[in-house]
Design a protein. Structure first.
Length: 307
């Protein structure tokens, strides 16, 4: 077990909350954790409540990164969707290479990267930043493990964007066509990350593609929502154009995030998410959570009440 603290960046939030879940899992085993957050708010207080040391900083500032990484041997690099993602990766890599002594750096990437090339242009700007960030980390010579989850079940596509329609009229309105998908719960990604951080040796240099337990079309996904909620939920294949315009009109989403979500939807429609691995079970010993299990766990969100 590591005696030095394990650094977890992006521990304050973001879609899925992988960082926060990793902190929770490590603290349950009494592993010392240093949690890096961007803002000192109630989420930071919650991390302190778990017994984590909280460092407030900006991953694009080398002095903040140096303060966070000092004395650390193992770390998770996780960051929300952001235009500064690549700068943060390069800053972290340069500081860690010259000033740190890492045994392992676990990098949360995206499974889309495994289908990309140096010159591909079909993906979102954020997906391109993930691709380039992986290159930077590989070039750095640091002991890296890339973890590439597919779309998160916790993503707005499967939660907040569809919850009102599911609650109001039992429809799952998404522009995915007949594309198949295998979304994964953030906690399953966190379980893999925690396992790697606890015993990095067998995983160094590996790339792990993570999916849910099965790939299915959206009618199959709607059937899982139906079973979880105990009422009929039907997939509605909505036109991509108007759906994207409605998404862009939301004031709570940045243009960068809107573009990323809209691209994810287009790639889903193009069947780019028809992927299935058993990596979660192989590494953790427990299968990934199904759509049905995830929706049942968060049923209040889809029944008209988020509290």
């Amino acid at each position: 077990m590591p005696e030095a603290p394990v650094l977890v960046t992006g521990a304050g939030g973001g879609v899925g909350g992988v960082g926060r879940s990793v902190v929770e899992m490590l603290r349950e085993r009494d592993i010392p954790v240093r949690a890096m957050v961007h803002h000192d708010d109630e989420r930071a207080d919650a991390l302190r409540g778990m017994g984590a040391e909280v460092v407030v900083g900006d991953l694009t500032r080398p002095d903040d990164v140096l303060r966070a990484i000092d004395g650390v041997a193992r770390m998770l690099f996780s960051m929300s969707v952001s235009l500064s993602y690549l700068e943060a990766t390069a800053t972290l890599a340069s500081v860690a290479r010259t000033e740190g002594s890492l045994e392992v750096l676990v990098n949360i990437s995206q499974m889309t990267v495994s289908q990309m090339s140096a010159v591909s242009t079909d993906e979102s700007h954020q997906q391109r930043l993930h691709y380039l960030s992986e290159q930077v980390l590989n070039w750095s010579g640091l002991p890296v493990v890339h973890v590439r989850p597919t779309a998160f079940l916790d993503n707005p596509l499967f939660t907040t964007l569809v919850a009102p329609a599911i609650a109001d009229n039992g429809t799952l309105p998404l522009p995915f066509g007949s594309g198949r998908t295998s979304p994964i719960a953030a906690r399953d990604v966190a379980r893999v990350v925690a396992a790697v951080l606890l015993d990095p040796g067998p995983h160094l240099g590996k790339v792990y593609d993570l999916t849910g337990p099965r790939t299915e079309d959206m009618n199959g996904v709607a059937a899982e929502y139906s079973r979880a909620l105990g009422r009929k939920v039907t997939y509605e294949d909505v036109p991509p154009g108007p759906w994207t315009e409605q998404l862009a009109a939301r004031s709570d989403l940045s243009q960068h995030l809107v573009d990323h979500i809209a691209t994810m939807a287009r790639l889903q429609r193009e069947n780019r998410y028809d992927r299935s691995t058993r990596t979660v079970e192989e590494i953790t010993g427990t299968p990934a959570q199904s759509v049905e299990e995830f929706v049942a766990e968060h049923a209040q969100m889809f029944n008209g009440s988020s509290h």
